[in-house]
Design a binder for this molecule. Structure first.
Ligand SMILES: Cc1cc2nc3c(=O)[nH]c(=O)nc-3n(C[C@H](O)[C@H](O)[C@H](O)COP(=O)(O)OP(=O)(O)OC[C@H]3O[C@@H](n4cnc5c(N)ncnc54)[C@H](O)[C@@H]3O)c2cc1C
Length: 383
């Protein structure tokens, strides 16, 4: 819904106006990281809204964070380069030691430290995270890490990374989800000393990478929480991520609906505006109906998160509904624009590519349906 946090929305829209379509087209074309945009969001304090005031953030909560990202996307910008700075720190906030919180959170809040890389996915494990094989072997005061990760976004633009690895082999653990641990990797020290980053070019400008670990030494003091409990810690952080990404999809959907409505009123063919034809008008109206329903689920999930209630199912449902609503709106917007929908200068084909990601990442639609089928409805498990 667009009614909550009106002051934040207005201020974010104003900030985004300084980053018009030309800026995003150029970064997209060159596959450049939108550094100035991320700096502007950081300096305005929008990336620290989830960090409590005692650590230098504004502590406004997830409802405010969804307003920020929705407006970013509604304005035609892309929060994908910056959104992880908002929520990745949740692992430290929730499971870090008092020393780790005091050491890292204030600098993350000010933007002095960028913690926006999150290393979970591996090429051979896919969505089955219990099959990851990147291994951290304890040696004295260090862990020695070996393995490989894929699709680790923003790794080249991050000072720190939250890394999930095995500390006990799957076959030696009591349960498949046991024996994984979270390490905070200082990328500034790691690159070239056991960590290699290789960019992966994709259909959208997302600064995503492959990581190779070859005897990378990480201080044991950088273990977050208890050894072997990392899978649980990572799951805890995923609700915020899913709700925030759902809010980006709502923003994308609004962008497409606003652009399509404006064009359908103005473009005349056969002597009348194309929007006068119900064949053009109804898909725009349907996109609005679907997006409005999805926005309510995003709002509900964010409110539950902020109230400290379990919200795994609602976060998943919000992400599924919002990503499908934004994709329907994207397709509708291209169709409404006819040939011009494919022209780079209209920004629609770029947003179309960008919003497609969210039915796959950070979790694919099928895996959400599987969660709802088995955990909510009690249907037989397929894996
Ligand atoms: C641009 C981009 C950025 C990303 N950023 C990050 C990041 O920063 N950090 C990170 O850790 N990861 C990141 N990811 C990884 C992302 O989370 C995964 O791609 C996503 O979770 C899907 O996993 P997968 O690609 O391994 O697909 P797979 O697990 O191989 O699945 C492939 C397809 O099969 C389906 N499928 C698999 N098993 C089943 C089943 N049992 N039943 C029904 N369907 C099934 C899936 O739904 C999917 O559609 C990113 C991915 C992309 C593309």
């Amino acid at each position: 819904m667009s009614h909550n946090h009106p002051e934040i929305r207005e201020a974010v829209a104003k900030l985004c106006a300084a980053f018009p379509g030309e800026y995003w087209r150029a970064t997209d074309r060159e596959r450049q990281y939108p550094t100035q945009f991320v700096q502007a969001l950081t300096q305005a304090g929008y990336l620290s809204v989830l960090i409590p005031e005692e650590y230098g953030g504004s502590g406004l909560g997830l409802g405010a964070a969804t307003a920020v990202l929705e407006e970013v996307h509604r304005s035609g910008c892309n929060g994908g380069a910056a959104h992880a700075q908002m929520y990745t720190m949740g692992t430290i906030l929730k499971h870090g030691s008092p020393e780790q919180k005091a050491r890292y959170l204030p600098k993350i809040a000010s933007g002095e430290l960028r913690l926006q890389a999150f290393g979970v996915t591996e090429p051979t494990a896919g969505t089955d995270t219990t099959r990851i094989s990147t291994f951290a072997r304890r040696e004295g005061d260090s862990y020695v890490v070996n393995g490989q990760k894929i699709w680790i976004s923003r790794a080249e633009h991050s000072d720190l990374m939250v890394l999930l690895c095995r500390t006990t082999a799957r076959e030696d653990a009591a349960k498949p989800s046991d024996g994984m641990s979270v390490l905070l990797v200082d990328m500034r020290e790691a690159v070239g000393k056991g960590l290699t980053i290789r960019p992966v070019r994709t259909m959208l400008n997302h600064a995503t990478t492959e990581l190779f670990f070859d005897n990378l030494e990480v201080p044991a003091a950088n273990l977050i929480g208890e050894e072997g409990k990392g899978f649980r810690y990572i799951l805890d952080g995923m609700n915020a991520e899913r709700i925030l990404i759902a809010s980006e999809c709502i923003g994308d959907g609004r962008f497409f609906i606003e652009r399509a409505s404006a064009y359908a009123k103005e473009r005349e063919v056969f002597g009348r505006p194309i929007g006068q034809n119900q064949g053009v008008q109804f898909p725009i109206a349907r996109a609005h109906v679907q997006l409005s329903a999805a926005a309510l689920m995003v709002e509900k999930a964010a409110a539950m998160f902020d109230a400290g209630e379990p919200c795994g199912t609602e976060a998943n449902m919000a992400k599924l509904l919002a990503s499908e609503a934004s994709w329907f709106a994207a397709d509708m917007c291209i169709q409404t624009h006819g040939g011009f929908g494919f022209a780079e200068e209209y920004d629609i084909e770029r947003k179309f590519r960008e919003t497609r990601l969210y039915q796959v990442a950070p979790i694919s639609t099928n895996l959400i349906l599987s969660h709802v089928g088995t955990h909510v409805l009690g249907l037989p498990k397929s894996f």
